[in-house]
Design a protein around this ligand. Structure first.
Ligand code: GLC
Length: 475
């Protein structure tokens, strides 16, 4: 079948978080399974855009109320991604270095959605499925159903996949005129709490809703930033599908970003070499267990707990541990973490920023990965870490609950229940003890390394949902 994925991010074209990894991998496996898969993302001014070849396959004008923006659709010409990648180029709105964070984000992503549909309409072929991802593409299911100009796309079935329900893309009804003309009897689908809420629109209008883990599907019934009752009311069309990881990109035995490769057969030596390299780079002690954090430094990820939890754990275990942090986000957290460097020289370091290559080395060279998230719809880092023989220490929430089981229950990691400094420190203490018992530590580590988190099976679950809504054939 022909499947479109519409998203704000797609690795390697544009990545802020895990959304990019999923949209950069799932389509590849759907293509391998015999489907025609096209991924559509905005054309930001990224390294990938500059370094790759594209051909223009369509152009037009996107109308946003009184504004008119010329747009082009650019197709990536090599076959290297394993699926077809299309960029919506709207120079005025997207020719900028960042994906998000501009005052006109609402205008940017509405234009992206309208331009994408204009192009899909102009092709003349009607795809079977449009899979939208997060609020940036949430208005698409509504437009397909009710905007007059897309009437010939009415048979397309839509899915909205929720990677993060906290961000919802609200805007006022004063911007209602941005939308192409639609049947006004349905204006209620746009509304949530007196605003237009893009995520709510998608959830109401899509034929199916998916979340990126089964536990997250349960959690959004009582914690979804105001949309709890909505999620409750759509339970019968909702499914939680745990993300996979791209095991071709994430493979310690042939990872292009690593100097020292290893597998389950020789992980002790391989990890040690990576650890030595990493420790040298960050002035850490390779003879002590290394706890790392990779991710965005926000409360959602428990980033605010890291400075205190690091300081406490380091002072209690001064001779015994190293902590390394890679991330960026809240500037207050960034500066607290940077300051800690002076107090714990030789045992602690931080790299503020985003660096894909360093992330790979950290997965390979660390003993533990810390994920104290308050909210974690799926979480990919724990799966990358396990594949690289790094034991995850997680708060039981969302996808972390679905993928990590405490070693006390013969599992593959260390779990705690509260998003608190105390719980993190307690887990670190347990981890230090486990690390000293090499046989038990290696048993836990190997359980992680051998787990199957590949996309092949997961990809089939998406196809089943697509087939189900196609069979039902509800408008
Ligand atoms: C978001 C979520 C994360 C999830 C990712 C991919 O970034 O916060 O938990 O793994 O999307 O679905």
């Amino acid at each position: 079948m022909e499947i479109f994925h519409l998203s704000a991010e797609c690795y390697p074209m544009a990545k802020v978080g895990g959304l990019a990894d999923v949209v950069g991998a799932l389509p590849k496996y759907q293509t391998n399974a015999g489907h025609q898969v096209r991924v559509v993302v905005p054309c930001y001014d990224t390294k990938f855009r500059k370094e790759n070849e594209f051909e223009c396959v369509h152009w037009g004008n996107v109308k946003l109320g009184n504004f008119d923006f010329p747009f082009s659709v650019l197709k990536e010409t090599s076959d290297k991604l394993g699926y077809e990648l299309y960029l919506i180029e709207i120079k005025e709105l997207f020719d900028r270095p960042n994906v998000y964070g501009y005052d006109d984000d609402i205008e940017r992503f509405l234009s992206f959605q309208i331009a994408s549909l204009d192009w899909i309409l102009a092709r003349g072929e009607v795809p079977a499925i449009i899979n939208c991802h997060d609020h940036h593409t949430g208005v698409v299911p509504f437009l397909i159903k009710y905007a007059y100009k897309y009437a010939s796309l009415q048979n397309v079935k839509t899915v909205i996949t929720i990677h993060n329900g906290l961000y919802q893309g609200w805007f006022g009804f004063d911007k209602l005129y941005y939308l192409p003309e639609f049947d006004l009897r349905h204006v209620g689908f746009l509304e949530w709490n007196n605003s237009i809420n893009s995520l709510a629109v998608g959830v109401k209008c899509a034929h199916a809703v998916t979340t990126v883990s089964p536990s997250y599907l349960n959690e959004i019934n009582y914690a979804a930033n105001g949309l709890e009752s909505l999620f409750n009311s759509v339970r019968n069309k909702s499914n939680g599908i745990l993300n996979g990881i791209d095991i071709e990109v994430w493979d310690p035995s042939k990872d292009k970003m690593l100097e020292y490769h290893y597998s389950i057969e020789n992980f002790e030596l391989g990890k040690q070499k990576n650890k030595e390299k990493l420790c040298e780079q960050f002035d850490l002690d390779p003879d002590k267990p290394l706890f790392s954090f990779i991710g965005r430094l926000f409360e959602e990820k428990g980033g605010d707990l890291l400075p205190q939890a690091s300081a406490l754990s380091l002072s209690e275990n001064f001779e015994n541990i190293n902590i390394l942090i890679l991330g960026s986000g809240n500037s207050e957290i960034e500066s607290q973490l940077t300051q800690l460097r002076n107090d714990y020289k030789g045992n602690y370091n931080v790299f503020i920023g985003y660096n894909e290559e360093l992330a790979h080395l950290i997965y390979a060279g660390s003993d533990y990965i810390l994920m104290p998230s308050r909210v974690e719809p799926c979480g990919l880092n724990q799966m990358y870490a396990m594949r690289y023989g790094t034991v995850p220490i997680v708060r039981r929430t969302g996808g972390l609950r679905d993928t990590v089981i405490d070693f006390g229950d013969e599992g593959n990691g260390i779990c705690h229940d509260q998003a608190s400094v105390g719980d993190i420190c307690y887990s670190i203490n347990r981890a230090v003890k486990l690390y000293d018992d090499k046989i038990s530590f290696n048993t836990v580590l190997k359980r992680g390394m051998t787990a199957d988190h590949s996309w092949e099976r997961v990809c089939q679950e998406y196809i089943e949902i697509y087939n189900l809504i196609i069979e039902k054939n509800e408008i």
